[in-house]
Design a protein around this ligand. Sequence first.
Ligand code: HGY
Ligand code: MN
Ligand code: MN
Length: 398
Amino acid sequence: MSDLAARFRKLWDEIAPIGRDAGSGGYLRYSLTEPELRLRDWFRDQAEQRGMPVTEDGNGNLFAWWGDPEAGDAVLTGSHFDSVPHGGAYDGPLGVVSALLAVDELRDAGVTPVRPLAVGAFVEEEGARFGVPCLGSRLLTGALPAERAAVLRDADGVSFAEALGGAPAGARPELLGRFRSFVELHVEQGRALADTPDAVAVASAIWPHGRWRFDFAGEGNHAGTTRMADRRDPMLTYAFTVLAANKEARLRGAHATVGRVSVEPNATNAIPSRVTGWLDARAAEPDTLTGLVEAVHDKAIERARRDGTGVTLTEESATPLVAFDGGLADRLAALLDAPVLPTGAGHDAGVLAGHLPTAMLFVRNPTGVSHSPAESATDVDCAAGVAALARVLGELTC
Ligand code: HGY
Ligand code: MN
Ligand code: MN
C-alpha cells in the first residue's frame, strides 16, 4: 500500500465507527444529530491540527481556512457528512477527508497557495432529515429562503431552526463572493469507471431531478368486514402509481423511484385511510423529467377515479439541469488525464455551480452501488482521488 493510501486509511478509520449501524453496516448520520455533530467536532479538530481556523455561515455549513478567510478569491473544496438512512461510508465524507489530506499533500510538497483555500462541510446534503436535499448550499446561495428552511421538520417534529440552535442566516452573498471556484470530490455512484483503467473522472453535468410527494386519501375501514366492492383503498392507487412511475421512466430512458412510503393507520387488519409515497425522478433533459412526472400524475388521477380515492401532488424540491463550467472541466480533465462524465446524483456542487465556476471529481466505485451499506472504493483509488484533488487545488490556488 502506498504511503498516501495508508494515510487515507488511518484518517478514514477515525470516522468509520461514527454513526455506523451494527445491524445493517450502513450509516445513520442525519444532519445535526449526535453522529453528525461528532463528525463536525472531528472536522474542527482536524482543522485545528492543521492550523486552519473554522468559520460557520449561520446555516450550518462549516469552512476551514488555509489563508485569510476575509481575503477573497478563495478556492473551496469539501463535501458533506450526512447520510441517507443506512447509507454508505463514502458518499460525502470522502470529499471532506480527501480535502484535508489534499491540504497535507500540498504542504508536504512545499506549496504555499497564493489564494486562500477553504475546506467545507455542508449541512443536510441528503435531505434525509428535513426533506430538502442540499439544504445548506441552497441556504447559503439564497436558492431556498431562510424562513422556509427554518420551519422544515424532521420525523419527530423538530424544526431545522431548532436543530441548528437558531434561525438560519439564509443567503450570504458576501461570503459566497469570497470564493472564486469550488471543487467537490465524491465517490462515483454508478459503474461508469468500474471497468476502466481510470480511478478518477471529472463531472460534466448533473441530470435535472426532484422529489414529489403523492398523498393518496381513502376511507379507513375494517379489513375483515368491508366488502371488496365497497372499499376506497388508497394503497391500490399508491401501488398502481409506483408501477406507472417505473414504466413511464423506462419508456423515456429516465429514472423514477418510490423509496419511501408512509401509511395511516399502518395496521395489518385495517384498510388504510391515507398513503403517502415520495417519488424521486431524474432525467437527462428537463422536458423529459417534466413529461415523466406529468404522466405519472395523470396515471395516478385516472386510477384514483377507479379506486374512489383522492390524489394530490406536491413538489418538495426541484434541481434544474446543471452543466458544470466546461472550461474548468476540460482544464481539470487535461491536467489529470481523466474522462469526463455526467451523473444522475445531486450534489452541493450542483447548487454552487449557479454562482461560481464549479467542478467535481469522481472516485471509482467498483460495484457502482451507492446509498447502501455496500457502497465502496478501494484505499488505492481513494489515494488517487486525494492526489488528483491536491493537483487541482495546487493549480487553482496558484
Ligand atoms: O440524492 C442524491 O442524488 C444525492 O446523492 N444527494
Ligand atoms: Mn447521496
Ligand atoms: Mn453526496
